[in-house]
Ligand binder design. Structure first.
Ligand code: J2J
Length: 540
Protein backbone atom coordinates (compact mmCIF):
# COMPACT_ATOMS: atom_id res chain seq x y z
CA UNK A 1 0.00 0.00 0.00
CA UNK A 2 1.35 3.42 -0.96
CA UNK A 3 2.32 5.62 1.98
CA UNK A 4 0.83 9.09 1.66
CA UNK A 5 3.17 12.09 2.13
CA UNK A 6 3.38 13.45 5.64
CA UNK A 7 2.07 16.92 6.39
CA UNK A 8 4.16 18.72 9.02
CA UNK A 9 2.85 22.06 10.20
CA UNK A 10 5.34 24.90 9.72
CA UNK A 11 6.88 23.44 6.55
CA UNK A 12 6.46 25.48 3.34
CA UNK A 13 5.52 22.87 0.70
CA UNK A 14 6.67 22.79 -2.93
CA UNK A 15 3.88 23.74 -5.34
CA UNK A 16 2.25 20.56 -6.75
CA UNK A 17 3.31 21.47 -10.32
CA UNK A 18 6.92 21.70 -9.20
CA UNK A 19 6.73 18.33 -7.44
CA UNK A 20 5.30 16.77 -10.61
CA UNK A 21 7.94 18.42 -12.79
CA UNK A 22 10.93 17.42 -10.62
CA UNK A 23 9.68 13.83 -10.49
CA UNK A 24 8.92 13.68 -14.22
CA UNK A 25 12.33 15.08 -15.15
CA UNK A 26 14.13 12.66 -12.84
CA UNK A 27 15.56 15.29 -10.48
CA UNK A 28 13.69 13.62 -7.65
CA UNK A 29 13.54 9.83 -7.35
CA UNK A 30 11.01 7.57 -5.72
CA UNK A 31 13.55 6.53 -3.09
CA UNK A 32 14.00 7.21 0.61
CA UNK A 33 17.43 7.67 2.16
CA UNK A 34 17.38 4.26 3.92
CA UNK A 35 16.39 2.65 0.61
CA UNK A 36 19.47 4.19 -0.95
CA UNK A 37 21.70 2.65 1.72
CA UNK A 38 20.00 -0.76 1.68
CA UNK A 39 20.32 -0.92 -2.12
CA UNK A 40 24.09 -0.45 -1.77
CA UNK A 41 24.24 -2.99 1.06
CA UNK A 42 22.63 -5.59 -1.21
CA UNK A 43 25.26 -4.86 -3.84
CA UNK A 44 28.32 -4.68 -1.61
CA UNK A 45 27.42 -6.46 1.65
CA UNK A 46 31.03 -7.18 2.60
CA UNK A 47 32.57 -3.89 1.66
CA UNK A 48 33.63 -1.57 4.49
CA UNK A 49 31.06 1.18 4.96
CA UNK A 50 32.37 3.03 7.98
CA UNK A 51 35.47 3.15 10.17
CA UNK A 52 35.41 4.95 13.51
CA UNK A 53 37.68 4.54 16.56
CA UNK A 54 38.14 0.77 16.84
CA UNK A 55 34.94 -0.09 14.99
CA UNK A 56 34.83 -1.12 11.35
CA UNK A 57 31.46 -2.01 9.86
CA UNK A 58 30.73 -3.57 6.49
CA UNK A 59 27.58 -2.50 4.69
CA UNK A 60 25.85 -5.67 5.94
CA UNK A 61 26.91 -4.98 9.54
CA UNK A 62 25.91 -1.31 9.33
CA UNK A 63 22.40 -2.05 8.03
CA UNK A 64 22.03 -4.78 10.65
CA UNK A 65 22.93 -2.36 13.46
CA UNK A 66 20.53 0.24 12.04
CA UNK A 67 17.63 -2.24 12.09
CA UNK A 68 18.41 -3.23 15.67
CA UNK A 69 18.58 0.39 16.80
CA UNK A 70 15.35 1.09 14.94
CA UNK A 71 13.68 -1.71 16.94
CA UNK A 72 14.98 -0.16 20.17
CA UNK A 73 13.72 3.31 19.21
CA UNK A 74 10.38 1.90 18.12
CA UNK A 75 10.01 0.27 21.50
CA UNK A 76 10.36 3.73 23.06
CA UNK A 77 7.24 4.65 21.11
CA UNK A 78 8.79 6.98 18.53
CA UNK A 79 6.52 7.37 15.53
CA UNK A 80 6.57 8.72 12.00
CA UNK A 81 6.75 12.52 11.75
CA UNK A 82 7.90 13.05 15.37
CA UNK A 83 11.05 15.09 15.94
CA UNK A 84 14.15 13.99 17.83
CA UNK A 85 17.13 16.25 18.54
CA UNK A 86 20.38 14.41 17.73
CA UNK A 87 23.38 16.13 19.30
CA UNK A 88 26.36 13.82 18.89
CA UNK A 89 30.05 14.21 18.14
CA UNK A 90 31.66 12.72 15.04
CA UNK A 91 30.95 9.03 15.66
CA UNK A 92 29.55 6.18 13.62
CA UNK A 93 26.65 6.01 16.11
CA UNK A 94 25.43 9.33 14.69
CA UNK A 95 25.02 7.61 11.31
CA UNK A 96 23.27 4.61 12.86
CA UNK A 97 20.88 6.91 14.76
CA UNK A 98 19.83 9.03 11.78
CA UNK A 99 19.26 5.96 9.60
CA UNK A 100 17.34 4.17 12.38
CA UNK A 101 15.13 7.25 12.81
CA UNK A 102 14.62 7.44 9.03
CA UNK A 103 13.73 3.77 8.94
CA UNK A 104 10.86 4.68 11.32
CA UNK A 105 9.98 7.90 9.47
CA UNK A 106 11.03 9.93 12.53
CA UNK A 107 12.61 13.34 11.79
CA UNK A 108 16.04 14.01 13.32
CA UNK A 109 16.93 17.61 14.19
CA UNK A 110 20.70 17.44 13.79
CA UNK A 111 22.78 19.79 15.93
CA UNK A 112 26.57 20.29 15.91
CA UNK A 113 28.20 19.06 19.10
CA UNK A 114 29.64 22.54 19.73
CA UNK A 115 26.11 23.78 20.48
CA UNK A 116 25.16 24.27 24.09
CA UNK A 117 22.02 24.76 26.12
CA UNK A 118 20.75 27.96 24.45
CA UNK A 119 20.66 26.34 21.02
CA UNK A 120 19.58 22.85 22.09
CA UNK A 121 16.72 24.13 24.21
CA UNK A 122 15.58 26.29 21.30
CA UNK A 123 15.52 23.23 18.98
CA UNK A 124 13.65 21.12 21.54
CA UNK A 125 11.12 23.91 21.94
CA UNK A 126 10.60 24.89 18.33
CA UNK A 127 10.45 21.31 17.03
CA UNK A 128 8.38 20.03 20.00
CA UNK A 129 10.95 17.25 20.21
CA UNK A 130 9.98 13.93 21.82
CA UNK A 131 13.53 12.81 22.41
CA UNK A 132 17.03 14.21 22.83
CA UNK A 133 20.08 12.09 22.02
CA UNK A 134 23.51 13.21 23.18
CA UNK A 135 26.74 12.14 24.91
CA UNK A 136 27.41 12.40 28.65
CA UNK A 137 29.88 15.24 28.20
CA UNK A 138 31.68 17.28 25.59
CA UNK A 139 34.73 19.51 26.07
CA UNK A 140 34.11 19.79 29.78
CA UNK A 141 30.36 20.44 29.59
CA UNK A 142 28.13 18.00 31.48
CA UNK A 143 25.53 17.23 28.81
CA UNK A 144 23.99 14.38 30.84
CA UNK A 145 22.99 16.86 33.55
CA UNK A 146 21.73 19.25 30.91
CA UNK A 147 19.65 16.48 29.31
CA UNK A 148 18.07 15.57 32.67
CA UNK A 149 17.23 19.20 33.33
CA UNK A 150 15.74 19.71 29.87
CA UNK A 151 13.58 16.62 30.35
CA UNK A 152 12.18 18.12 33.55
CA UNK A 153 11.43 21.42 31.87
CA UNK A 154 9.82 20.24 28.63
CA UNK A 155 6.83 17.91 29.08
CA UNK A 156 6.89 16.83 25.40
CA UNK A 157 10.50 15.66 25.80
CA UNK A 158 9.75 12.10 26.88
CA UNK A 159 13.11 10.47 26.29
CA UNK A 160 16.72 11.42 26.73
CA UNK A 161 19.33 8.98 25.47
CA UNK A 162 22.84 9.60 26.72
CA UNK A 163 25.83 7.83 25.16
CA UNK A 164 29.35 7.66 26.60
CA UNK A 165 31.45 10.76 25.82
CA UNK A 166 33.22 9.08 22.88
CA UNK A 167 30.09 7.20 21.71
CA UNK A 168 28.61 3.79 22.58
CA UNK A 169 27.95 2.78 26.18
CA UNK A 170 25.24 1.01 28.18
CA UNK A 171 22.26 3.01 26.89
CA UNK A 172 23.29 2.41 23.30
CA UNK A 173 23.79 -1.32 23.91
CA UNK A 174 20.40 -1.51 25.63
CA UNK A 175 18.70 0.06 22.61
CA UNK A 176 20.41 -2.50 20.36
CA UNK A 177 19.16 -5.41 22.44
CA UNK A 178 15.46 -5.19 21.51
CA UNK A 179 15.52 -7.42 18.46
CA UNK A 180 15.45 -6.12 14.93
CA UNK A 181 13.06 -4.61 12.40
CA UNK A 182 12.70 -5.79 8.85
CA UNK A 183 13.72 -3.04 6.41
CA UNK A 184 10.58 -1.63 4.80
CA UNK A 185 9.23 1.64 3.49
CA UNK A 186 7.69 3.46 6.45
CA UNK A 187 7.63 6.97 5.02
CA UNK A 188 7.19 8.75 1.70
CA UNK A 189 10.21 10.17 -0.20
CA UNK A 190 8.41 13.53 -0.20
CA UNK A 191 8.46 13.58 3.65
CA UNK A 192 10.74 15.86 5.62
CA UNK A 193 13.74 13.63 6.30
CA UNK A 194 15.59 15.91 8.66
CA UNK A 195 15.69 19.38 10.13
CA UNK A 196 19.14 20.75 9.53
CA UNK A 197 20.55 23.68 11.47
CA UNK A 198 21.43 26.90 9.65
CA UNK A 199 24.87 28.43 10.13
CA UNK A 200 23.39 30.94 12.52
CA UNK A 201 25.22 34.00 11.22
CA UNK A 202 22.18 36.07 12.20
CA UNK A 203 21.93 34.86 15.77
CA UNK A 204 19.88 31.88 16.88
CA UNK A 205 20.04 29.14 14.21
CA UNK A 206 17.04 28.35 12.01
CA UNK A 207 15.78 24.88 11.08
CA UNK A 208 15.84 23.79 7.45
CA UNK A 209 13.38 21.06 6.46
CA UNK A 210 14.94 18.76 3.87
CA UNK A 211 13.07 15.89 2.30
CA UNK A 212 14.35 12.53 1.03
CA UNK A 213 13.83 14.07 -2.41
CA UNK A 214 15.94 17.20 -1.87
CA UNK A 215 18.75 15.28 -0.22
CA UNK A 216 18.67 12.52 -2.83
CA UNK A 217 18.98 15.05 -5.64
CA UNK A 218 21.84 16.93 -3.96
CA UNK A 219 23.89 13.86 -3.17
CA UNK A 220 23.50 12.29 -6.62
CA UNK A 221 24.71 15.55 -8.21
CA UNK A 222 27.59 15.82 -5.81
CA UNK A 223 28.71 12.22 -6.33
CA UNK A 224 28.61 12.56 -10.12
CA UNK A 225 30.41 15.87 -10.19
CA UNK A 226 33.09 15.06 -7.62
CA UNK A 227 33.78 11.61 -9.08
CA UNK A 228 32.94 9.60 -5.93
CA UNK A 229 33.07 5.83 -6.59
CA UNK A 230 33.24 2.57 -4.66
CA UNK A 231 37.03 3.02 -4.45
CA UNK A 232 36.66 6.33 -2.59
CA UNK A 233 37.87 6.32 1.03
CA UNK A 234 36.42 9.53 2.38
CA UNK A 235 37.83 11.05 5.55
CA UNK A 236 35.06 12.94 7.30
CA UNK A 237 36.42 15.68 9.57
CA UNK A 238 33.80 18.41 9.56
CA UNK A 239 30.97 18.21 12.12
CA UNK A 240 29.06 15.13 11.03
CA UNK A 241 25.64 16.82 10.96
CA UNK A 242 26.81 19.55 8.58
CA UNK A 243 25.60 19.33 5.03
CA UNK A 244 29.20 19.02 3.79
CA UNK A 245 29.55 15.83 5.87
CA UNK A 246 26.10 14.52 5.02
CA UNK A 247 25.22 15.12 1.39
CA UNK A 248 27.94 17.14 -0.41
CA UNK A 249 29.02 14.38 -0.95
CA UNK A 250 29.38 13.33 2.69
CA UNK A 251 28.46 9.93 4.09
CA UNK A 252 25.23 9.74 2.08
CA UNK A 253 27.12 10.36 -1.15
CA UNK A 254 29.66 7.72 -0.15
CA UNK A 255 26.94 5.20 0.77
CA UNK A 256 25.14 5.73 -2.51
CA UNK A 257 28.07 4.18 -4.42
CA UNK A 258 29.61 1.76 -1.90
CA UNK A 259 32.52 3.94 -0.80
CA UNK A 260 34.11 3.83 2.67
CA UNK A 261 33.79 6.62 5.24
CA UNK A 262 36.50 7.15 7.85
CA UNK A 263 35.37 9.36 10.73
CA UNK A 264 37.79 11.78 12.39
CA UNK A 265 36.81 13.53 15.64
CA UNK A 266 37.78 16.88 14.05
CA UNK A 267 39.93 18.34 11.32
CA UNK A 268 43.10 19.18 13.25
CA UNK A 269 46.27 17.71 11.70
CA UNK A 270 46.94 15.57 14.79
CA UNK A 271 43.49 13.98 14.53
CA UNK A 272 43.28 13.69 10.74
CA UNK A 273 46.80 12.88 9.50
CA UNK A 274 47.26 9.56 11.36
CA UNK A 275 43.86 8.40 10.05
CA UNK A 276 44.82 9.25 6.46
CA UNK A 277 48.02 7.25 6.87
CA UNK A 278 46.34 4.28 8.56
CA UNK A 279 43.29 3.93 6.31
CA UNK A 280 44.80 5.26 3.05
CA UNK A 281 42.06 7.90 2.75
CA UNK A 282 41.95 9.46 -0.70
CA UNK A 283 39.40 12.28 -0.18
CA UNK A 284 38.57 14.83 2.45
CA UNK A 285 36.30 17.88 2.75
CA UNK A 286 37.61 20.90 4.66
CA UNK A 287 36.69 24.49 5.47
CA UNK A 288 39.40 27.13 4.76
CA UNK A 289 40.65 27.62 8.36
CA UNK A 290 41.35 23.87 8.57
CA UNK A 291 42.98 23.79 5.15
CA UNK A 292 45.29 26.58 6.33
CA UNK A 293 46.14 24.60 9.45
CA UNK A 294 47.01 21.61 7.22
CA UNK A 295 49.17 23.72 4.90
CA UNK A 296 51.10 25.31 7.75
CA UNK A 297 51.29 22.16 9.90
CA UNK A 298 54.54 20.71 11.15
CA UNK A 299 53.01 17.19 11.14
CA UNK A 300 53.52 16.61 7.43
CA UNK A 301 55.79 13.69 8.26
CA UNK A 302 52.73 11.40 8.21
CA UNK A 303 52.28 9.50 4.98
CA UNK A 304 49.56 11.43 3.20
CA UNK A 305 50.39 10.02 -0.22
CA UNK A 306 47.02 8.27 -0.54
CA UNK A 307 45.23 11.64 -0.68
CA UNK A 308 44.05 12.48 -4.19
CA UNK A 309 41.54 15.29 -3.73
CA UNK A 310 41.01 17.94 -1.07
CA UNK A 311 37.50 19.34 -1.32
CA UNK A 312 37.14 22.75 0.26
CA UNK A 313 34.09 24.91 0.78
CA UNK A 314 31.95 26.57 3.40
CA UNK A 315 33.71 29.94 3.39
CA UNK A 316 35.82 31.99 1.04
CA UNK A 317 39.09 30.28 0.19
CA UNK A 318 41.44 33.04 -0.78
CA UNK A 319 43.18 32.60 -4.12
CA UNK A 320 46.54 32.95 -2.39
CA UNK A 321 45.82 29.86 -0.31
CA UNK A 322 44.08 27.97 -3.13
CA UNK A 323 47.21 28.25 -5.27
CA UNK A 324 49.34 26.56 -2.61
CA UNK A 325 47.27 23.38 -2.31
CA UNK A 326 48.24 21.42 -5.42
CA UNK A 327 52.00 22.07 -5.35
CA UNK A 328 52.36 21.69 -1.57
CA UNK A 329 50.12 18.64 -1.11
CA UNK A 330 50.37 16.98 -4.52
CA UNK A 331 46.59 16.62 -4.62
CA UNK A 332 43.80 18.12 -6.65
CA UNK A 333 41.90 21.02 -5.06
CA UNK A 334 38.15 20.83 -5.59
CA UNK A 335 36.34 23.92 -4.36
CA UNK A 336 32.64 24.12 -3.71
CA UNK A 337 30.20 26.78 -2.64
CA UNK A 338 26.98 25.80 -1.04
CA UNK A 339 24.50 26.34 1.69
CA UNK A 340 22.44 24.24 4.03
CA UNK A 341 19.32 25.71 2.44
CA UNK A 342 20.13 23.74 -0.67
CA UNK A 343 22.21 24.84 -3.63
CA UNK A 344 25.72 23.45 -3.91
CA UNK A 345 28.00 24.19 -6.83
CA UNK A 346 31.46 22.74 -7.36
CA UNK A 347 34.20 22.79 -9.94
CA UNK A 348 34.15 19.80 -12.30
CA UNK A 349 37.16 17.47 -11.92
CA UNK A 350 38.58 18.34 -15.36
CA UNK A 351 38.46 22.12 -14.97
CA UNK A 352 41.65 24.11 -15.75
CA UNK A 353 43.79 25.34 -12.86
CA UNK A 354 43.15 29.06 -13.44
CA UNK A 355 39.46 28.33 -12.91
CA UNK A 356 39.88 25.88 -10.01
CA UNK A 357 41.77 28.38 -7.84
CA UNK A 358 39.56 31.38 -8.62
CA UNK A 359 36.04 29.99 -8.98
CA UNK A 360 33.95 27.89 -6.64
CA UNK A 361 32.01 26.02 -9.32
CA UNK A 362 28.95 26.09 -11.48
CA UNK A 363 25.49 24.57 -11.19
CA UNK A 364 25.38 20.93 -12.15
CA UNK A 365 21.98 21.13 -13.81
CA UNK A 366 19.65 23.58 -15.47
CA UNK A 367 17.20 22.81 -12.68
CA UNK A 368 19.45 24.74 -10.27
CA UNK A 369 18.08 28.19 -10.99
CA UNK A 370 20.38 31.13 -10.32
CA UNK A 371 19.73 34.88 -10.35
CA UNK A 372 22.51 37.45 -9.89
CA UNK A 373 20.87 40.84 -9.40
CA UNK A 374 21.68 44.38 -8.29
CA UNK A 375 20.05 46.29 -5.42
CA UNK A 376 17.15 47.23 -7.72
CA UNK A 377 16.51 43.62 -8.69
CA UNK A 378 17.90 43.88 -12.23
CA UNK A 379 20.11 41.11 -13.63
CA UNK A 380 23.77 42.10 -13.64
CA UNK A 381 26.00 41.29 -16.64
CA UNK A 382 28.66 38.54 -16.47
CA UNK A 383 31.70 39.54 -14.42
CA UNK A 384 29.79 42.06 -12.31
CA UNK A 385 29.02 41.40 -8.64
CA UNK A 386 25.40 40.97 -7.57
CA UNK A 387 23.13 39.33 -5.01
CA UNK A 388 22.65 35.60 -5.50
CA UNK A 389 19.16 34.13 -5.41
CA UNK A 390 18.44 30.46 -6.06
CA UNK A 391 15.66 27.91 -6.44
CA UNK A 392 15.72 24.28 -7.46
CA UNK A 393 15.31 20.59 -6.54
CA UNK A 394 17.72 20.84 -3.59
CA UNK A 395 16.55 24.19 -2.21
CA UNK A 396 14.03 24.46 0.63
CA UNK A 397 11.05 26.81 0.24
CA UNK A 398 11.16 28.11 3.79
CA UNK A 399 12.54 27.59 7.29
CA UNK A 400 10.60 25.41 9.70
CA UNK A 401 7.98 27.25 11.77
CA UNK A 402 9.48 30.63 10.92
CA UNK A 403 7.13 32.84 8.84
CA UNK A 404 8.95 36.07 9.83
CA UNK A 405 12.32 34.90 8.46
CA UNK A 406 10.64 33.31 5.46
CA UNK A 407 9.13 36.62 4.43
CA UNK A 408 12.63 38.12 4.37
CA UNK A 409 14.69 35.24 3.04
CA UNK A 410 12.42 33.90 0.28
CA UNK A 411 10.74 35.66 -2.64
CA UNK A 412 7.06 35.14 -3.40
CA UNK A 413 8.00 32.76 -6.21
CA UNK A 414 10.18 30.62 -4.00
CA UNK A 415 13.71 31.89 -4.60
CA UNK A 416 16.04 31.84 -1.60
CA UNK A 417 17.94 35.09 -1.03
CA UNK A 418 21.35 33.74 -0.10
CA UNK A 419 22.83 37.01 1.21
CA UNK A 420 25.94 36.19 -0.82
CA UNK A 421 27.50 38.53 -3.38
CA UNK A 422 28.82 36.60 -6.36
CA UNK A 423 30.15 37.17 -9.86
CA UNK A 424 29.26 34.82 -12.68
CA UNK A 425 31.44 34.56 -15.77
CA UNK A 426 30.33 33.92 -19.36
CA UNK A 427 30.58 30.15 -18.81
CA UNK A 428 28.36 30.28 -15.71
CA UNK A 429 31.19 29.74 -13.21
CA UNK A 430 30.56 31.43 -9.88
CA UNK A 431 33.09 33.34 -7.81
CA UNK A 432 31.97 34.32 -4.33
CA UNK A 433 32.84 37.94 -3.60
CA UNK A 434 31.51 38.05 -0.05
CA UNK A 435 28.45 38.33 2.18
CA UNK A 436 26.28 41.36 1.50
CA UNK A 437 26.27 42.29 5.16
CA UNK A 438 30.06 41.89 5.50
CA UNK A 439 30.71 44.54 2.89
CA UNK A 440 32.37 47.53 4.56
CA UNK A 441 31.10 51.01 3.76
CA UNK A 442 33.85 53.46 4.68
CA UNK A 443 32.39 56.90 4.08
CA UNK A 444 30.73 55.66 0.88
CA UNK A 445 33.69 53.62 -0.36
CA UNK A 446 32.71 49.95 -0.53
CA UNK A 447 35.29 47.38 0.50
CA UNK A 448 34.95 43.59 0.16
CA UNK A 449 36.84 42.22 3.19
CA UNK A 450 37.85 39.16 1.15
CA UNK A 451 40.05 41.22 -1.16
CA UNK A 452 42.04 42.60 1.74
CA UNK A 453 42.23 39.18 3.41
CA UNK A 454 43.62 37.68 0.21
CA UNK A 455 46.33 40.34 0.12
CA UNK A 456 47.25 39.68 3.77
CA UNK A 457 47.52 35.96 3.09
CA UNK A 458 50.34 36.62 0.62
CA UNK A 459 52.42 37.89 3.56
CA UNK A 460 54.97 35.37 4.88
CA UNK A 461 54.33 36.30 8.49
CA UNK A 462 50.55 35.86 8.41
CA UNK A 463 48.81 32.56 9.07
CA UNK A 464 45.25 33.89 8.70
CA UNK A 465 43.45 37.22 8.35
CA UNK A 466 39.91 38.39 8.99
CA UNK A 467 38.73 41.88 8.09
CA UNK A 468 35.61 43.55 9.47
CA UNK A 469 34.01 46.98 9.56
CA UNK A 470 33.87 48.75 12.93
CA UNK A 471 31.48 51.61 13.68
CA UNK A 472 32.89 55.08 13.25
CA UNK A 473 31.18 58.41 13.88
CA UNK A 474 32.80 60.27 11.02
CA UNK A 475 32.90 57.63 8.27
CA UNK A 476 30.13 55.24 9.29
CA UNK A 477 32.62 52.39 9.31
CA UNK A 478 36.37 51.93 9.40
CA UNK A 479 38.41 48.87 8.46
CA UNK A 480 39.83 46.58 11.09
CA UNK A 481 42.05 43.55 10.40
CA UNK A 482 42.49 40.69 12.84
CA UNK A 483 45.71 38.81 12.07
CA UNK A 484 47.09 35.49 13.32
CA UNK A 485 50.89 35.43 12.91
CA UNK A 486 52.56 32.30 11.48
CA UNK A 487 54.72 32.17 14.60
CA UNK A 488 55.02 34.38 17.68
CA UNK A 489 58.23 35.91 16.23
CA UNK A 490 56.28 37.23 13.28
CA UNK A 491 53.93 39.25 15.49
CA UNK A 492 56.23 42.29 15.67
CA UNK A 493 56.15 42.67 11.86
CA UNK A 494 52.40 42.98 11.83
CA UNK A 495 51.97 46.67 12.52
CA UNK A 496 49.92 49.14 10.54
CA UNK A 497 53.09 51.07 9.60
CA UNK A 498 54.75 47.94 8.16
CA UNK A 499 51.65 46.45 6.56
CA UNK A 500 50.31 49.46 4.71
CA UNK A 501 53.30 49.68 2.30
CA UNK A 502 53.07 45.90 1.76
CA UNK A 503 49.39 46.16 0.84
CA UNK A 504 49.99 49.17 -1.38
CA UNK A 505 52.68 47.27 -3.26
CA UNK A 506 50.09 44.58 -3.92
CA UNK A 507 48.04 47.19 -5.75
CA UNK A 508 45.40 47.95 -3.15
CA UNK A 509 43.77 51.38 -3.35
CA UNK A 510 44.44 53.65 -0.38
CA UNK A 511 40.79 53.65 0.73
CA UNK A 512 40.95 49.87 1.12
CA UNK A 513 43.88 49.93 3.54
CA UNK A 514 43.08 48.97 7.13
CA UNK A 515 42.59 51.62 9.79
CA UNK A 516 43.43 49.21 12.62
CA UNK A 517 45.17 45.88 12.98
CA UNK A 518 45.04 43.57 15.97
CA UNK A 519 47.31 40.55 16.30
CA UNK A 520 45.53 37.60 17.94
CA UNK A 521 46.29 33.92 18.63
CA UNK A 522 42.95 32.65 17.35
CA UNK A 523 39.70 33.79 15.77
CA UNK A 524 36.25 33.01 17.11
CA UNK A 525 34.67 30.19 15.09
CA UNK A 526 31.11 29.09 14.36
CA UNK A 527 29.92 25.65 15.46
CA UNK A 528 31.21 24.18 12.19
CA UNK A 529 34.58 25.89 12.28
CA UNK A 530 34.12 28.90 10.03
CA UNK A 531 35.55 32.24 11.16
CA UNK A 532 32.72 34.10 12.90
CA UNK A 533 32.74 37.74 11.83
CA UNK A 534 29.62 38.29 13.87
CA UNK A 535 31.53 37.49 17.07
CA UNK A 536 34.46 39.59 15.90
CA UNK A 537 32.15 42.55 15.30
CA UNK A 538 30.68 42.07 18.77
CA UNK A 539 34.18 42.44 20.25
CA UNK A 540 34.34 46.04 19.00
C1 J2J B 1 32.53 31.66 0.10
N1 J2J B 1 31.50 31.50 0.95
C2 J2J B 1 31.00 30.26 1.06
C3 J2J B 1 32.63 29.38 -0.53
C4 J2J B 1 29.85 28.49 1.54
C5 J2J B 1 28.59 22.48 0.57
C6 J2J B 1 29.47 23.51 0.71
C7 J2J B 1 29.26 24.51 1.68
C8 J2J B 1 28.15 24.45 2.50
C9 J2J B 1 27.93 25.50 3.54
C10 J2J B 1 27.25 23.44 2.32
C11 J2J B 1 31.51 29.15 0.34
N2 J2J B 1 33.08 30.65 -0.61
N3 J2J B 1 33.20 28.41 -1.23
O1 J2J B 1 26.13 23.37 3.06
O2 J2J B 1 26.61 21.43 1.26
C12 J2J B 1 29.19 30.61 2.71
C13 J2J B 1 28.12 31.39 1.97
C14 J2J B 1 26.88 30.51 2.13
C15 J2J B 1 27.09 29.96 3.52
C16 J2J B 1 26.36 28.65 3.75
C17 J2J B 1 27.48 22.43 1.37
N4 J2J B 1 30.77 28.06 0.67
N5 J2J B 1 29.98 29.79 1.79
O3 J2J B 1 28.86 26.21 3.87
O4 J2J B 1 24.83 26.57 5.39
O5 J2J B 1 27.95 32.61 2.64
O6 J2J B 1 26.67 25.63 4.11
O7 J2J B 1 25.67 31.20 2.00
O8 J2J B 1 27.06 26.21 6.52
O9 J2J B 1 28.50 29.77 3.63
O10 J2J B 1 26.79 28.04 4.93
P1 J2J B 1 26.29 26.58 5.32
Amino acid sequence: MAIQPLTLDGVVPYPPDTVAEYLAKGYWHDQTLPELLFATARRYPDKLAVIDRDTQLTYAQLTDEILRLAAGLKERGLRRGERVVVHLPNTYEYIVFVFALWELGVVPVVAPIAHRRAEIEHFIDIASARAYITVASDAGTDLAAMAADLKDRWPHLEHTLVLDPAGGGAEYDALLSKGSLVHARRCNPQDVALLQISGGTTGIPKLMPHTHHTYGYALRRSVAERGITERTVHLLVMPICHSMSTRSPGFLGAFSVGATVVIAPNGSPDAAFPLIERHRANRVTLVPPILLAWLNSSLRTYDLSSLEVIMCGGAKLSEEVARRVEPEFGVQLSQSFGMGEGLVVSNPADVDRATSVRYQGRPASEADEIQVIDDEGEDVPPGEPGHLLTRGPSVIRGYYRNPEQNALAFTADGFYRTGDIVERDERGFIRVVGRSKDQINRGGDKIAPEELENAFLAHDGIHNASVIGVDDEALGERIKAYLIPRSPEHATELTLAKLRPFLRERGLATFKLPDFVEVVDEFPYTAVGKVSKRLQREQN
